[in-house]
Design a protein. Structure first.
Length: 167
């Protein structure tokens, strides 16, 4: 069984259009909220990075590939890079190939990570998951497409101090 029915869980479900945060204690939901940022917002941040920093245009499919192949919420042991073909902004024909690293992409998605950390820590504080007398059984359950951002589980554990289970 993935979760203990007696435990306390902060469940984070990252979908394309939104992120759901739920608090489950025992077998009862104490809190459920939808937030308007999902994986499409991560992809928009990557697209915006290319436009702003590199003066290049990429589409959602390319951004999704970058997010899943080299995107990372935490620093990697080795630098990952990917070559991307992109159209130069304000040009109809010129295609340029550039190399971007996981460090650049982590910087690009930092706004999403900051917002997620604020909301998760707000919910933890509101429900006092960290100060619960049985704090050993408080965990985060991470589900959905957000798992495609490498290291998101380690990053969440570092931000909250709670163990993270990937589903």
């Amino acid at each position: 069984m993935l979760i203990d029915t007696e435990g306390n869980y902060l469940i984070i479900i990252i979908q394309e259009n939104l992120t759901q945060i739920r608090v489950l204690s025992g077998q009862k939901y104490l809190y459920s909220a939808d937030h308007l940022e999902g994986t499409l917002d991560i992809d928009k941040l990557i697209i915006s990075f290319f436009a702003r920093e590199l003066n290049l245009q990429i589409g959602f499919r390319t951004a999704q590939g970058i997010r899943t192949e080299i995107g990372s919420a935490v620093e990697q042991q080795t630098v990952s890079e990917i070559k991307v073909r992109s159209r130069v902004i304000d040009s109809d024909v010129k295609i340029q190939e550039v190399t971007v690293s996981d460090i650049q992409i982590r910087g690009a998605v930092s706004g999403y990570l900051t917002n997620l950390a604020k909301e998760v820590n707000r919910v933890i504080k509101q429900f006092k998951l960290l100060n619960n007398t049985a704090s050993g059984d408080c965990k985060i359950l991470l589900r959905g497409k957000g798992n495609s951002l490498n290291g998101l589980d380690k990053w969440l554990q570092g931000e909250t101090g709670l163990p993270v289970i990937l589903a």
